[in-house]
Design a protein around this ligand. Structure first.
Ligand SMILES: Nc1ncnc2c1ncn2[C@@H]1O[C@H](COP(=O)(O)OP(=O)(O)O)[C@@H](O)[C@H]1O
Ligand SMILES: [Mg+2]
Length: 351
């Protein structure tokens, strides 16, 4: 007689209640870029384990790839996961430091120089610790769109990337040993786009179906295009100090649809928490979702315009309905595409 069937799964699942791991938490926030998350996570783990090297930042990353694919979002997502707020980032928008004299604002003027007292350096130890939290002492530092900065910015960064030290105008120094440094750049993005869709140029007329395929084998090709431009723009010393150059891929229609879901869920949550007893449910038809995707995403700007599109086409008209008292408490609003096919129309139902 055969004995009772043996369960395939062990009856007890000791790990079932563990919180989701860092990789999952990031991948839930940054859609369609798993290879990027996988390259960053080990550095955070080294820091948490106390195994990061002394005398260097915990990690230095250069994020490359097309616009609107999640480069800046990655740093925001990590800030949210580590510190509970997307804003816990020491962020330098390099576009504001295109002139040599502007770069001096980062470190402050030496004592005795004109403006010494007025110019608070942007990169101080205090500002670095200001972006840590009870949960983590790791500071996230973002130099966004690094290719826009004056050349002296990269010279200044050399010491930070190499020794984790920045000397300020007043001769004190800032220690970056407990930080992750992210440099983002659109270098190579135009050439990558050509590689992905050679017929680009009619971009705004192309239907969404012509979105480039998510580059699987092609990612290596994109990375090499990006690295080529990086090598042309930055000195070998600078490039050698980067721990990982991470190339973001164009977002597939599936990823863009997931990002839309994510943003709609955020809107619904906002409605629930802000409006309390006046809260209502929203239901979008498939074509309404299609409209938001068509207007809010493109091969050129990725998902960058999606938030603004949702704001204009959905949030603002809903606000007008709420403000006009048109939505009963606990009502339901159904959104569909209006006849002009450029906006949404709403049907309010009582529940
Ligand atoms: N992979 C992604 N996952 C989730 N949201 C994204 C993604 N890519 C872009 N977005 C959305 O588009 C906006 C702009 O993306 P961002 O990360 O700033 O683009 P870039 O790659 O140019 O830095 C983000 O704030 C987010 O709303
Ligand atoms: Mg960006």
């Amino acid at each position: 007689m055969p004995g009772p069937p043996v369960p395939i799964r062990p009856r007890r699942q000791p790990f079932a209640n563990l919180p989701p791991n860092l990789l999952d938490q990031l991948a839930n926030r940054v859609i369609g870029q798993p290879q990027a998350m996988a390259q960053i996570v080990p550095y955070v783990q080294m820091h948490r384990a106390g195994l990061a090297a002394d005398g260097r930042p915990v990690g230095v990353f250069l994020l490359l790839g097309p616009t609107g694919t999640g480069k800046t979002k990655t740093v925001e997502a990590l800030a949210d996961v580590l510190h509970g707020s997307e804003k816990s980032i020491l962020r330098v928008d390099c576009g504001e430091f295109q002139m040599e004299h502007e770069v001096a604002k980062l470190i402050g003027a030496p004592p005795g120089y004109l403006g010494h007292r007025e110019t608070q350096p942007m990169l101080t130890q205090q500002k670095l610790s200001g972006v840590t939290s009870e949960n983590s002492n790791l500071s996230l530092v973002l130099f966004d769109e690094i290719e826009k900065a004056a050349p002296s910015m990269t010279r200044l960064l050399l010491g930070v990337l190499d020794k984790a030290v920045l000397r300020l105008g007043d001769n004190t120094s800032v220690n970056f040993e407990r930080s992750l440094i992210f440099l983002t750049s659109n270098l190579g993005a135009a050439a990558m786009r050509k590689e992905l869709c050679p017929d680009f140029g009619f971009e705004s007329m192309l239907p969404p179906a012509s979105f480039p395929k998510e580059a699987r084998g092609g990612l290596a090709k994109l990375a090499s295009i990006g690295m080529g431009e990086v090598r042309r723009k930055f000195s070998p010393e600078f490039v050698n100090r980067i721990d990982a150059v991470i190339t973001y891929q164009p977002l597939s229609p599936e990823s863009l649809a997931t990002i839309l879901d994510q943003q709609l869920a955020a809107l619904e949550k906002h409605i629930r928490t802000r409006l309390e007893e006046r809260a209502f449910e929203i239901e979008l038809s498939e074509s309404a979702r299609g409209l938001l995707l068509r207007l809010g995403t493109s091969p050129e700007f990725g998902a960058r315009e999606l938030k603004r599109t949702i704001l204009r086409k959905l949030t603002q008209p809903l606000a007008a309905l709420v403000e006009g008292g048109k939505i009963p408490p606990y009502g339901r609003v159904r959104a569909d595409v209006s006849e002009d096919r450029e906006s949404l129309e709403f049907l309010v139902e009582e529940t």
